[in-house]
Write a protein that binds this ligand. Sequence first.
Ligand code: UFG
Length: 325
Amino acid sequence: MKRIAVTGGAGYIGSHMCRQLAGHGHEVVVIDDLSGGHREAVRWGRLVQCSLLDAPALSRALREARCDAVIHFAGAIAVGESVADPLKYYAVNVCGSLNLLQAMREAGVPHIVFSSSAAIFGEPRQAFIDERHPIAPISPYGRGKAMVERMLCESVQAYGIAAVALRYFNAAGAEPSATIGESHDPETHLIPRLLRHSAGQAEPVEIYGDDHPTHDGTCIRDYVHVDDLCAAHLAALGHLDAHAGFDAFNLGNGNGYSVREVVAAVEAVTGRSVRTRLAARRAGDPARLVACPDRARAVLDWKPATPALEAIVESAWRWHRAPAY
Ligand code: UFG
């Protein structure tokens, strides 16, 4: 049993993480300022309401938590918004992570698992992105995540902490009983937007460009179930017990689906047709982002339990039919 501090534990992926940690007998302390998260989502462990930008409060929170490791989810998450407001992303995601690392040093917390992103790779140079792919982000969001990875790498060498960065492709879905789920305001992500529409929201869903260099002209992404992502974090915590230093893993299923294929999957699952409207390309969107997850499978023994897109959408649909917050 460990005591784990989860930044962003009131958010979408963070709350699923807390549920799994508690299910494995770990004690959870959520550190979240509730700027994007939901108090109702903090059901496993206690909440310390604190911003990562409030360095003294964060240091105090971490000292009092007396935790064995930090799992760091807190941050701003929209690629498009980061192009319009880059300083927000450097402040929250980069300065916030810097404060967290300082607070970890002060409190003597030895391990961190960091939510990184496929966005660090920019325009892919290969069909399936492995860990050797060059880091060449094309959005402030991606650049911020890459900067934090570099900070972790150097902190590992300088201060003797151990760190794992997990580069998520596209998180989606909800835990089986759908007591927690994805709820952003505004919602920018494709699957929840489509499901909100299916659940009765009137406006058609925009498709951002059909002139990308893909088979149907719409962007291709690798959707991965949120509980599978969380399972990789549990494996990463175990990895940190046995391995010093810094390591990074790409987390996806290795299957790419176009926006139009996701629309079709949503229609198949819900039995309702989706109204779409063609719009311009969204700034910062690469045409195709698909993982090569071989290394996570080999080193972390990570085997996604729900790799099929329709099953992922089905679990999200259970939440979106009656969201609790
Ligand atoms: N899309 C639409 N219409 C919408 C919303 C999205 O066509 O209303 C398209 C986007 O252009 C993109 C795809 O659907 O091609 C998926 O978009 P999301 O906004 O759902 O997700 P992103 O791929 O932009 O970003 C997500 C996370 C990032 C992460 C990235 C890595 O939000 O944090 O996946 O793949 F970096």
